[in-house]
Ligand binder design. Structure first.
Ligand SMILES: Cc1cc2nc3c(=O)[nH]c(=O)nc-3n(C[C@H](O)[C@H](O)[C@H](O)COP(=O)(O)OP(=O)(O)OC[C@H]3O[C@@H](n4cnc5c(N)ncnc54)[C@H](O)[C@@H]3O)c2cc1C
Length: 436
């Protein structure tokens, strides 16, 4: 980090204004920022010019997309520049027959979803922050979301990309094809690098056919094993394909349902786990019938097995709101400590038991809200405690969550990245601040 006294701010600001125009250099960088300047270039050439200016002035740059990241990756300090990609929001081309889109990095996911929709296509990746999260930010965090079990994470959606390197040169590999074995595939270095290796400016992204219809069901189940049994049945429903399978453990569903005033007389909320399933296919009525006949009717009978199939688009979005409105947790527990782990599917039941017992040993009142992308093993764990935790409790909690995770074959950071929140034993030792 550069000491503020050594930066000639007026000269830096003047140079940035000359590069991108007066209206695009701001002195209010916004929340999370110690940096005095936020700069908004409109093209790759302008990004390169800003990087060159930063080098000349000896200041480092923090790239920013939609600022929806959950691990403080956009935090800046005095003497840095924040470079926002939000003016680079052009969808340059969609090739429907190739199922490929070329976008600037500042395009919001939802904007790409809407543009692809007109061709009966979708980006094959979806997450609740879709309205604001940008493609460049999603590339940089290697975002996952609800369809990763089917279409992969961002790394699997990117065919090519362009980035401005710390020395101001432009790396360009705008490949539009799936197969390319012509040497090292360097684009993967930028995916998940969180802006440490370059600023992503343009992306070639793969699209997928959008199903004509979707159907959603919520299942209340006695155990994680029963939830995986249901997922396996859902993967084989004849009428369509599984788009999403989200797990909502009891404490999570009870809090969000209560906060949203959601209730369904035939669906008690006291089951150990709820499974939210979305299927895609040609026709909603046959999807609903398929869910009932091929899935629900085959569930092992148990007093704790219930299901509710959305009968309308309104009911479908109400069910998804239960999963996506995670703000309710943070309203109940301001700045609650949150974790984002990946666990091999067959270990999830035992892992959640281990975490629940381990947290109770630290403090009997400590309860985890567990929810997440069950079909790919990504669990989000939020504590029922206003944050931040004091250091001793925090390391005890991290020990419970992480100590055996690597040996199990999981990861302490599934899809959010490491940002400024990574623990000291993280292998991610690359410095965040550049260029120098
Ligand atoms: C309600 C909610 C739900 C979410 N759900 C999910 C989910 O299901 N799955 C998931 O993966 N994430 C999820 N997230 C986290 C977040 O949306 C993703 O991490 C997303 O990829 C961040 O995109 P962004 O444009 O907001 O990036 P930012 O937050 O702006 O930046 C994230 C990181 O990338 C860097 N960066 C941004 N743009 C660039 C660029 N062009 N070049 C180089 N570096 C760059 C930043 O410096 C920072 O380190 C969720 C967040 C919220 C608020």
């Amino acid at each position: 980090m550069q000491a503020v006294a050594r930066v000639d701010l007026p000269a830096l600001k003047q140079a940035l204004i000359a590069a991108v125009g007066a209206g695009h250099v701001r002195t209010d960088a916004g929340p999370d920022h110690g940096a005095e300047l936020l700069v908004l270039p409109a093209s790759t050439a302008e990004v390169a010019a800003v990087v060159a200016i930063a080098r000349t002035h000896g200041v480092s740059i923090v790239a920013q997309g939609g600022h929806t990241g959950l691990v403080g990756g956009c935090q800046s300090h005095p003497g840095q520049i924040v470079l926002s990609l939000t003016r680079m929001a052009l969808i340059e081309a969609i090739y429907p027959d190739e199922r490929v889109a070329i976008v600037q990095a500042g395009v919001a996911l939802e904007a790409l979803q809407s543009a692809a929709l007109t061709h009966g296509l979708e980006p094959g990746i979806d997450l609740a922050a879709r309205g604001t999260a940008t493609i460049g930010g999603m590339v940089s965090t290697n975002a996952g979301g609800i369809m990763a079990h089917r279409y992969g994470v961002m790394r699997h959606r990117v065919l090519g990309l362009e980035a401005v390197l710390p020395d101001g040169t432009i790396y360009s590999d705008m490949t539009r094809v799936v197969k390319n074995t012509a040497g090292y595939d360097l684009k993967h270095l930028f995916i998940g690098a969180e802006g440490t290796l370059g600023i992503v400016t343009r992306v070639v992204i793969k699209l997928e056919p959008l199903p004509q219809s979707t159907a959603t069901a919520m299942l209340g189940l006695p155990s994680v094993a029963a939830a995986f049994e249901a997922i396996n049945l859902a993967l084989r429903v004849d009428a369509g394909h599984l788009r999403a399978a989200e797990g909502l453990w009891q404490s999570y569903i009870q809090l969000t349902a209560r906060a949203q005033g959601w209730s369904e007389p035939s669906f008690p909320l006291d089951q150990p786990i709820c499974l939210l399933l979305m299927l895609g296919g040609a026709n909603q009525a046959s999807l609903n019938e398929g869910i009932e006949a091929d899935l629900c009717c085959h569930l092992r009978p148990s007093p704790n097995s219930h299901w509710h199939i959305a009968g309308s688009k309104r009911q479908e979005s109400d069910l998804w709101r239960l999963r996506e409105d995670t703000d309710q947790l943070y309203r109940a527990h301001a700045a609650a400590p949150s974790y984002d782990v990946s666990v091999p599917l067959s270990e999830i039941g035992a892992y959640v038991d281990h975490v629940t017992i381990g947290l109770a040993r630290i403090d009997a009142r400590l309860v985890p809200y567990v929810f997440g992308h069950l079909a790919d093993g990504n669990l989000h764990i939020v504590l029922n405690r206003a944050g931040p935790l004091d250091d001793a409790i925090s390391s005890a909690v991290e020990h419970v969550l992480y100590a055996n995770l690597r040996a199990l074959g999981g990861s302490f950071s599934a899809e959010h990245g490491v940002g400024s929140a990574y623990p000291p034993w993280s292998p991610h030792l690359i410095r965040r601040s550049w260029p120098r």
